[in-house]
Write a protein that binds this ligand. Structure first.
Ligand code: 3H9
Length: 693
């Protein structure tokens, strides 16, 4: 008997329960247990029908991702799926929670499916760099038609139980998966319903076989935003086989494609991201038994772009927000921007009209810091200077209720110094959201020297309520993300002063998969902030200063390192900038040189990895995967490259050390000398993944 599969009889109906916490993944024990149970029930004459359900949070979450890349252990999932589909007795899947990936493939092999209304049914393999490998690319098109199937398989988003019913994926919505499936099975027996085996049912393919555009239009739409990923294309191809090939032949090809993707670098990277994100959410070094504080209302100080975006993120998660400004006019402006943003997403079809109302209602405006009142969490999002931040925190100290968590959204400043402006530094923490805060998924949670453990835990819970990926980091200038970005910026600027064109460097970064190059990003942020700071510190940067003096402050003035057509954010190369750079360099007597794309990539990315190694050694980040999550979700690092530290392991640390040492010597740039941790790991033939503090 299996530990994870239990069978009990209700009259002549067998209920097979999968009980493998936390998420009923289809690991070896589950597959073996199911195969054994199905074999036994097939020859048990007292059983006339079988119901398959999941215990706990859901039906089945898919194949056990941890088993990928290890030697396969029999029985394979196909054996279970064949046993289900070929059963002479009706099999009914009773779904609740999730039926994802291999979980939905198991359900598709059953003759009938019932589900709760709120369950999520989908094939998200594409998000792991894969395609469904247990018949999903062939059975789903037969259940819902190839247009919706390709959208679900190449896009990865699930359907709700209600949507699944409308699409023909399930037979009935039920209140309780077990009772509902049992009742369905009894009716099927009483009515003598014939068993629906999707492999033999081509009825929903006929229309697209006659008019291919039904499928190709949906496939084009599903892959329109695909940046450099292999899996979505493979998904489209596989669904196409449902139209063109006999079922068994298509199944063989699906399996081969699955194996090929699973062994490839992209899927390895995407599986790393899946686990790194979950690992990052676990706070390292938190004493056992620490519980987060209550979180019923959030107050946000500052209704600018950042504060407004954070307010939206919480309202989207159903958390009531008090948005605070110092006077009426900026508050009104901030609230109007929020409403317009919601209306714009409603107009694009991303949000129902009722949701716009519900979410704007959750955001209440108020004037004056004393209005923080009963907020459990206060997030400061005011101007980025220490004096202003300290002033706000001194006022919060007086106004916030006892036990409230006081968070700063600073992107660079010393959280400990900010905390020192209060009499309760244990309640102070950093919550660094990324712009636009209602979109970007990262929240760096900055642990101050005195931050209490339950405050850290509360900040992490709050971030998750706002649908952010929390990563706990330590105090240093720029924390993890901006500190590494700063290093990349220094190198990009150095190359520019050697005559390498900004657009060439940006092209290398976007070619690598970053959503934006360094100089386009500077234009977006505005060149005047750094210009002002240089002036304050008596520093100069001749090219950047000359741009600003010419009124080229970035996107906001339509010109910066690039030029922008009216109303467009697309950077266009501007010959004026090329002339300005050349003339400045001539004036300074600097020689111009060429660099090829491979050198540029190494020079921009390897120093970031070097800084990442320092960040690890200093304990600013707890794990290499945390740094990856920061770059993936805060800066759009391409998911198929797994994050900078994962990428480093793939390149090989020895190579990185050699190249850094080479550039350090060539430029006389000591900042490029390999960090001790990086050098040590490379020496020992190890990877960042091997590293333990
Ligand atoms: C597939 O099915 C391939 C087939 O087509 C073909 C095969 C031949 N495996 O997310 P949570 C762990 S590919 C192993 O925090 P939630 C997770 O790491 C698969 N482990 O909970 C975590 O562990 P820990 C297609 C898994 O409630 C714990 O469970 N399926 C798996 O927020 C809790 O997870 C997918 O892509 C797994 N499949 O969300 C679905 N799933 O506690 C992937 C979870 O040690 N899973 N774990 O950190 C999910 O989307 C979410 O986990 C789920 C639950 C919605 C299920």
């Amino acid at each position: 008997m299996s530990d994870v599969i239990r069978t009990d009889l209700r009259g002549d109906i067998a209920i097979v329960r999968i009980d493998s916490p936390p998420v009923n993944a289809l690991g070896h024990a589950v597959r073996a247990g199911l195969a054994e149970a199905l074999g036994r029930l097939a020859s048990d004459d007292s059983v006339r029908a079988i119901v398959l359900v999941g215990e706990g949070r859901g039906f089945i979450s898919g194949a056990d991702i941890r088993e990928f890349g290890r030697p396969a252990q029999a029985p394979s999932l196909d054996v279970v799926i064949d046993a289900l589909e070929n059963s002479a007795k009706p099999v009914v899947a009773g779904i609740h929670g999730v039926a994802l990936g291999g979980g939905l493939e198991v359900a598709l092999a059953c003759h009938f499916r019932v589900s709760t209304a709120g369950a999520r049914l989908g094939l998200p393999e594409v998000t792991l760099g894969l395609l469904p490998g247990a018949g999903g690319t062939q059975r789903l098109p037969r259940a819902v038609g190839p247009a919706l199937a390709v959208k679900m398989i190449a896009g990865g988003a699930p359907l709700s139980g209600e949507q699944a019913l409308a699409a023909g994926l399930i037979d009935e919505v039920v209140a309780d998966p077990t009772a509902g499936a049992e009742a369905f099975a009894r009716r099927a027996l009483a009515e003598g319903r014939s068993l629906r085996r999707l492999r033999d049912d081509d009825s929903r393919l006929a229309a697209a076989r006659a008019d291919r555009s039904i499928f190709t239009d949906a496939a084009t739409a599903a892959t329109a935003r695909n940046r450099g990923l292999d899996a979505p294309r493979a998904c489209v191809e596989a669904v196409g086989w449902a139209l063109d090939l006999p079922f068994d032949e298509a199944l063989v090809k699906e399996r081969e494609a699955f194996q090929r993707l699973m062994k490839g670098d992209q899927s390895k990277a995407q599986r790393h991201v899946f686990f790194a994100e979950r690992e990052a959410a676990k706070i390292a070094g938190l004493p056992e038994g620490v519980r987060p504080r209550p979180l019923n209302r959030v107050a946000i100080i500052g209704a600018g772009t950042m504060g407004g975006g954070i307010a939206m993120a919480f309202a989207n998660g159903g958390v009531p927000v008090t948005l605070i400004e110092l006077s009426e006019a900026p508050l009104k402006r901030g609230l109007e921007v929020i409403r317009k943003n919601y209306e714009a997403s409603a107009a694009r079809g991303g949000l129902a009209a009722e949701a716009v109302e519900a979410r704007t209602k959750l955001i209440e405006g108020a004037v004056g810091i004393d209005k923080v009142g009963e907020a459990d969490l206060v997030i400061e999002a005011v101007f980025e200077t220490m004096a202003v931040k300290k002033e706000v925190f001194a006022q919060l100290d007086a106004a916030a209720k006892a036990g409230a968590v006081l968070a700063t959204n600073t992107s660079y400043l010393d959280v400990d110094e900010i905390a020192s402006a209060t009499s309760r530094p244990q309640d102070v923490v950093g919550m660094h959201f990324f712009s636009p805060a209602n979109v970007m998924k990262l929240c760096e949670i900055v642990r101050g020297a005195k931050t209490a453990p339950d405050v850290l835990a509360t900040a992490a819970v709050a971030a998750r309520k706002a649908a952010k990926a929390p990563v706990v980091v330590g105090v240093c200038f720029g924390f993890v993300g901006n500190r590494m970005l700063g290093v990349r910026g220094q190198q990009a600027s150095k190359l520019m002063y050697q005559g390498v064109a900004p657009q060439q460097m940006d092209g290398v970064l976007t070619g690598f998969g970053m959503p934006m190059g360094h100089f386009a990003m500077a234009d977006l942020a505005g060149l005047d902030v750094a210009w002002r700071s240089r002036q304050d510190h008596g520093e100069s940067a001749p090219i950047e200063d000359a741009l600003c003096e010419a009124g080229r402050l970035g996107q906001k003035t339509g010109k910066g390192f690039y030029q922008y057509a009216a109303g467009s954010r697309a950077p266009l190369v501007d010959p004026e900038v090329e002339t300005l750079i050349r003339q400045t360099m001539e004036r300074l007597g600097l020689p111009m040189r060429q660099a090829d794309d491979a050198e540029i990539l190494e020079r921009l990315v390897y120093p970031m990895i070097n800084e990442g190694a320092k960040i690890l050694e200093e304990g600013i980040a707890a794990r290499p995967g945390d740094i990856d999550v920061v770059w993936l979700f805060g800066y759009g690092w391409p998911v198929f490259r797994g994050g900078p530290m994962f990428y480093a392991d793939q390149v090989g640390l020895k190579t990185i050390v050699e190249r850094l040492a080479h550039y350090a010597a060539a430029d006389g740039d000591t900042s490029l000398e390999p960090a001790p941790l990086l050098a040590r790991l490379a020496d020992q033939g190890k990877t960042f993944a091997d590293w333990r503090p």
